[in-house]
Design a protein around this ligand. Structure first.
Ligand code: GLU
Length: 476
């Protein structure tokens, strides 16, 4: 639980924003214009379920329209409220700007516990919520494009896209009204894993930054680094899986809502995930110690702490005891403004949310472009690329034979080199490039400026500067 003397989530975001703009030289009034949320729409609607009408409350908040459409997920959670969607919408503005996804920031939420409803009921509720937003152009391929967030996934996005198509039968770009759809409903390869994949790429970028590593007191590579992950939802699961299976990290702890699993030698992320899918809980998982007070594991010694669930989990109540030298914010807002200050004071390096979890919206951008272009990435080039590579391989083999040297290509070279990139490879390559470019822009400010001692402030500076430039260019 977050102590009550903490500012709200939105105030926390504002405090961090204010710290950054104090270091900037913005024209009078522009700072306020960027900071405030442009509009928040609240809807209450009824759905007939189990013989009675149930009333639901939902929100869609638009933070900044300096670029349109505005973009950001829709979450289904009992914690949803106006303050939260406004904070999240603001983070979307800064996130999109930082990774150069050409969108303004928005966020939506429905105050509901999705586990209380069956599939059919959820479909009715989602479609009705979507209907309310679509008829006000708060879901629209040119104006406002939602995506999955906590408690929603590709199934909900497919319902929303279908609802939009029913209400806009002649809109040829209708499928671009929402991203994070299943492949067979206009989605893109690699979107589900994207946020977790982005966390992995963000860590790769950080581990290439010698100065940053020094500031965190870390050495070497990701191999063997001890990692504690909080939340094994879509983001935490993919991040932990890729870090352990591909980079050799040791996932020593996994914190879930009903406790935490700990194993000094490393947890098998896939096995834990399968256990949760099957049993709905981590309790009873065999190859680990179960800690009932899950949150206490946030304080366990490790190299990298990955909060990948809720906001405010690292707060005034526990910040002092956080032992990890590096925190990567896979969730939005997991560290409160007060905790951020304490951690900065201790020298903990935080890779901030607006960068660390930007992989989702980056691949959403690719999906939106794919939908508007009506063609899958790689469809035109793949065979042509393969044919050109074949020419090189044939020539190498001919030269080797003709010269009598008898060179042999390395095993697998031919297979790897000949295969042209499909959609998944292109998406991953675009994501990797986006994450490393954004990291460099942020790290440059962090290392070059004496008045900037953390990555979050650096991220805000880079991102606000771009939003400000956009307002300056177009006028208000
Ligand atoms: N909900 C995700 C986020 O917070 C994805 C947003 C999107 O793809 O538009 O970044």
């Amino acid at each position: 639980m977050q102590p009550s003397n903490e500012p709200s989530f939105r105030e926390s975001v504002d405090i961090m924003f204010n710290r950054a703009v104090a270091l900037m030289d913005l024209p009078p009034g522009l700072e306020e214009k960027i900071r405030v949320c442009n509009a928040t729409y609240t809807v209450r609607f009824g759905v007939r379920l189990r013989g009675k009408i149930e009333t639901f409350t939902g929100y869609r908040s638009v933070h900044s329209e300096h670029m349109e459409p505005v973009k950001g997920g829709i979450r289904f959670s009992l914690g949803v409220n106006q303050d939260e969607v406004e904070a999240l919408a603001a983070l979307m503005t800064y996130k999109c700007s930082l990774v150069e996804a050409p969108f303004g920031g928005s966020k939506g939420g429905l105050c509901i516990d999705p586990r209380e409803y069956d599939d059919h009921e959820l479909e009715l509720i989602t479609r009705r919520f979507a209907y309310e937003l679509i008829k006000r152009d708060m879901i629209n391929p040119a104006q406002n494009v939602p995506a999955p967030d906590m408690g929603t996934g590709e199934r909900e996005m497919a319902w929303i896209a279908d609802q939009y198509k029913r209400m806009n039968t002649t809109d040829i770009n209708g499928v671009a009204c929402v991203t994070g759809k299943p492949i067979n409903a206009g989605g893109i390869q690699g979107r589900t894993e994207a946020t977790g994949r982005g966390v992995q790429y963000a860590l790769h970028a950080f581990f290439r930054d010698v100065e940053g590593m020094e500031k965190a007191g870390l050495t070497g590579t990701l191999k063997g680094k001890r990692v504690v992950v909080q939340g094994l939802g879509n983001v935490g699961y993919h991040a932990a899986k890729f870090l352990s299976e591909e980079d050799g990290c040791v996932i020593t702890g996994i914190i879930e809502r009903d406790g935490a699993l700990y194993n000094e030698d490393g947890l098998d992320v896939e096995a834990v995930h399968q256990w949760i899918v099957k049993h709905g809980t981590i309790t009873g998982y065999p190859d680990a110690q179960l800690q009932e007070d899950g949150a206490a594991l946030l304080e366990a010694p490790c190299d990298i702490l990955v909060p990948a669930a809720l906001e405010g989990v690292i707060n005034l109540g526990n910040a002092e005891r956080i032992a990890a030298p590096l925190i990567i914010e896979a969730a939005n807002g997991p560290v409160t403004a007060g905790a951020d200050e304490i951690l900065r004071g201790k020298g903990t390096v935080i890779i901030p949310d607006m960068y660390a979890n930007a992989g989702g919206v980056t691949v959403s951008y690719f999906e939106w472009v794919k939908n508007l272009s009506h063609i899958r990435f790689g469809r035109m080039q793949r065979r042509q690329e393969e044919a050109r590579h074949q020419l090189v391989v044939d020539e190498l083999e001919r030269l080797s034979a003709d010269s009598g040297i008898g060179w042999e290509l390395s095993p697998n070279f031919k297979e790897k080199y000949l295969r042209g990139a499909g959609e998944l490879e292109l998406v991953r390559s675009g994501l990797d490039d986006t994450m490393s470019t954004a990291y460099e822009s942020m790290a440059h400010v962090w290392h070059a400026r004496d008045d900037v001692d953390d990555l979050r402030t650096a991220a805000y500076l880079v991102s606000i500067e771009k939003v400000a430039a956009s307002y300056r260019a177009k006028g208000l």
